[in-house]
Design a protein. Structure first.
Length: 151
């Protein structure tokens, strides 16, 4: 799919940067003229992905890791979002994506992060390798009639 515009951003895996990532995605997605509902759903999906990086990827590391955010406006009003870390990785992605599964039950985690992402985005792909990190790639077609007007 043809890329019309792209932004790459790297930030530290700290809780305070979750709202920053949501704001950046919201501002970037605004060029596609999404509805208020669409932008809220996209921000929620991004929030879940960034929180997973913050909570799980760098667990036990003394130094905070980094999160890479890639945003693309693709043809036909498709928003592409990739959130990537270089943390501990996920040994069994299929298991991790099961609703209610959590690797940290002692922390009262619901295990719904991936389910939330999947409910709000058209497609969610997770690529991961132990000790190499995880990439969550999400796409969403913005339904606005104006989304292709600036091409």
């Amino acid at each position: 799919m043809k890329i019309l515009s792209e932004v790459k951003l790297t930030f530290s895996a700290e809780s305070r940067n979750e709202s920053f990532a949501r704001s950046v995605v919201s501002a970037f997605a605004a060029r596609l003229d999404p509805s208020v509902s669409e932008i809220g759903e996209i921000k929620t999906a991004v929030s879940e992905a960034v929180t997973n990086c913050i909570v799980h990827a760098y667990r036990g590391n003394k130094e905070k890791g980094r999160i890479e955010l890639v945003l693309r406006e693709q043809e036909n009003g498709v928003l592409y979002i990739k959130i990537k870390d270089r943390g501990c990785g996920i040994a069994d992605v299929k298991k991790a994506m099961e609703p209610l599964y959590t690797s940290c039950p002692e922390e009262e985690r619901a295990g719904l992060g991936f389910a939330v992402m999947e409910s709000f985005m058209d497609k969610v792909t997770v690529k991961s390798a132990p000790q190499k990190g995880t990439a969550v790639i999400m796409t969403r077609k913005i339904l606005s009639d104006n989304s292709a007007a600036d091409t």
